[in-house]
Design a protein around this ligand. Structure first.
Ligand SMILES: [Zn+2]
Length: 372
């Protein structure tokens, strides 16, 4: 049995209170490939947490059979800070209550200063270059501040992920079909993840500019390759993806068991776990995120949807109306929102009180459409 459990205390933010982080490690430390999986960085997104709970059981069973071949690090509750942010019966787990920042934005830019540090040591040995880059990343992370609960949490999670070959950040959307975000540099290689999960869409984004957790670990390699790839052999060594496990209320054992089994088969396929995952299901097509229609509303009001999640709509179809409940004449109270292109309704916003500029829906172009 290789399973080790660590409980890490975060700095207390008020006397008598302390958060802890629980990490499960499987396989030999340093074994390859290494996968890091964490759930609910947005702490009010619980479907991934339940999937991680089921995955833990599957990993323990695989470990008991001696099937763990790589190294697997699993954190089922990545954000105990946000998990505890319940005020007056409302759980607000996506942003830090003490500072307001989104927990999945503005992660440190590990590419900053990286080129200058590693360039003198790079050569044409791909594996050696990856080791050099990871050592530099480790130094950067070790020098980061860790004096309060949030900075300490960030440093600890980054320490788990920076040297992983695979990083999976398990989230969910408001109301959504299952979908996955990854970098175009990892497609079609990453089609196995989307296929195993049965994702309705795989959205490709080179660099969102938002400094999301997954990009923190993939971008240093792809950016270095872009700048130095003509001189040195630099692979996109970290396959990092964000998995959106449907919507916030889709917290059911039946779904989570299925999702955990899919993650296990993915890890088998990537040779971290022994065993035959069986034939790979047909993956969805990948679409550039730029090509996805973000349906915005022009006015404030109540959102009355006219199209269902998973529905295929045509350009010009009515997908919602924004209702002004203060209008004098109810006949004139409704602003129609129409699809601007054909596609599949992938997500809908749960909040039914919209402000101008709010995105209430994502529509993914049909399978036959080429990425823009
Ligand atoms: Zn999220």
């Amino acid at each position: 049995m290789s399973h080790r459990i660590e409980t890490i205390a975060l700095p207390a933010m008020s006397p008598g209170t302390q958060r802890t982080l629980k990490v499960h490690r499987f396989g030999t430390s340093g074994a390859r490939p290494k996968a890091y999986l964490q759930a609910a960085l947005h702490a009010d997104e619980l479907p991934g947490m339940l999937a991680a709970h089921h995955l833990l059981g599957l990993l323990r069973a695989a470990d008991a059979r001696g099937e763990i071949k790589g190294e697997i690090v699993l954190v089922p509750v990545a954000n105990p800070i946000g998990l505890g942010q319940n005020m007056l019966t409302v759980h607000a787990g996506a942003r830090y209550a003490r500072g307001g920042g989104d927990f999945n934005r503005d992660w440190p830019d590990l590419f900053e200063g990286l080129r200058e540090r590693v360039e003198p040591q790079l050569g044409n040995d791909e594996a050696a270059n990856v080791r050099v880059i990871r050592a530099a990343l480790a130094d950067t992370i070790a020098s980061m501040p860790n004096h309060d609960e949030l900075s300490a949490l960030c440093q600890i999670l980054m320490g788990f992920a920076y040297d992983a070959d695979i990083v999976l950040d398990l989230h969910c959307d408001d109301e959504a079909l299952q979908h996955v975000y990854m970098m175009p540099q990892h497609w079609p290689e990453g089609a196995d993840l989307a296929a195993e999960l049965g994702a309705a869409a795989c959205l490709l984004c080179d660099d969102s500019g938002l400094f999301c957790f997954d990009e923190t670990f993939s971008l240093p390699f792809t950016k270095l390759r872009k700048e130095l790839g003509d001189r040195f052999s630099i692979p996109a060594a970290c396959f990092a993806a964000t998995v959106e496990f449907r919507g916030q209320s889709d917290v059911f054992d039946k779904l989570a068991e299925k999702d955990a089994a899919a993650l296990l088969r993915f890890l088998q396929r990537r040779k971290l776990i022994a065993g035959d995952p069986g034939p790979l299901p047909a993956p969805c097509e990948a679409k550039k995120l730029d090509f996805v229609e973000m349906v915005e509303v022009p006015v404030a009001g109540l959102v009355a949807y006219k199209a269902e999640l998973g529905e295929r709509v045509k350009s010009g179809d009515l997908v919602a109306e924004i209702v002004d409940p203060m209008a004098d004449d109810p006949v004139k109270a409704r602003t129609p929102i129409r699809a601007r292109r054909d596609g599949l309704i992938l997500t809908r916003c749960l909040k039914k009180l919209a402000a101008p500029g709010d995105t209430i829906m994502m529509i993914v172009p049909p399978r036959s459409a080429p990425p823009s």
